[in-house]
Design a binder for this molecule. Sequence first.
Ligand code: NAG
Ligand code: NAG
Length: 433
Amino acid sequence: MRGLLLALIAVSVGLCAGVDPHEHNKIVCYWNSTSFERTGAGKFNIDDLKPALGMCTHLVYGFAGIKADILEAAPLRPDLDTGAGYGFYKLVTQMKRIFPDLKVYLSIGGNADPYEDTHKYLTLVETPEARTKFINSAIRLLNEYDFDGVDLAWQFPPVRVAKKRGTLGSIWHGIKSTFGYGKFKDEKEEEHRNGFTNLVRDLKAQLRPRNKALTLTVLPHVNASVYYDARLLAPNLDAVHLMAFDQRTPERTPKEADYPAPIYESYGRILQDNVDASVRYWLAQSTPGGKIVVGIPTFGRTWTLTSDSQISGVPPIVTKGPGAEGPHTAIPGLLSYPEICARLTETHVGRLRRVGDPSKKYGSYAYQPYNSDTETDGIWVGYDDPDTAGNKASYVKAKGLGGIAIWELSTDDFRGTCNGDKFPIVNAARMKL
Ligand SMILES: *[C@@H]1O[C@H](CO)[C@@H](O)[C@H](O)[C@H]1NC(C)=O
Ligand SMILES: *[C@@H]1O[C@H](CO)[C@@H](O)[C@H](O)[C@H]1NC(C)=O
């Protein structure tokens, strides 16, 4: 009891002094609000957030975007976000009445904003006028809807997939635009890097007196050394959320499946990135450990196995493109954790064999091999489950980092269909922090 009292006093003193009460145990939970539009068991209602919000320290609402013609921050889905029908912006920030310690941020970008002919995330940072206009529009949104901060999940152009002998389909065709996602060569890299640094500095200068936070989400495949001047950014950021996952996706390497989100480089191959490499990069650039938050995906990446695939299932494995879509998420090449989990216990045809990760380095995978009797294709899925999410949280703790970021709530098992507990990935990771 006395210990608890002292702890409470310590927390309140910390709050008054402006010290981050969650310096090492941030549990940042992203929510893709468009998951409301799924049908059946995948449909995520605002009340489904509640069991998670008892565990999350921060809720990040995904996603707002940039209006291309005026370069201002704006709701991407006015009907859901701010419209008379649902008004999710208001409803999420009102969750603070039930969870008084919760901070709710509005995230801008997140690869949810459609790519257009002009790369608005680049042109916006080029001039002080455009930056100021954007900053004012973001502040208006925060004030009007009572958000506690803004998260910049800035859609810088992603790097090309590394060329590899024997890999034919190494083209990212997930997003179609004249820039050809992953093919675009930015001739003004330095200008964009400096412009973004100035945007962050000026935005934070407006947020600081309002007592609102500013975080950066580093999206997968964005080359941090090109676009982020980490040394100059850190003093103006409350946290950097590293989305070190999707290192392998069926769009980028359709003919070869591999661990999509390993903590360390997998044995015998050179990945473009992994959690540890990303963390070490930001630490080496003098980012305080307490500001580095490690992203954990709640979805798996899937590929189709054929008669050419090795029957062992061991990655890297020969495949032919994305695996079939799941019943709830309906996105080829992706399965949510409950969609995977349902197929681990399946007794008939769809059953997957799970291979865990005793090394605690790479993540889990599960697969169903090609069936030569019936000549039916199989599937391979690489994913984080509660065990491997716990390994990532243990890594964060051992390194003294700021915490974890769950991407995202609607693909965790929010109904508790796997083992009865809702949000098992959020929960398992938080227990290890
Ligand atoms: C959010 O969910 C919707 C509906 O399933 C999906 O179409 C969209 O791709 C998701 N967005 C992100 C950024 O994950
Ligand atoms: C990121 O950019 C740096 C500097 O241009 C380059 O050396 C590095 O190879 C790039 N990384 C990737 C994965 O393309």
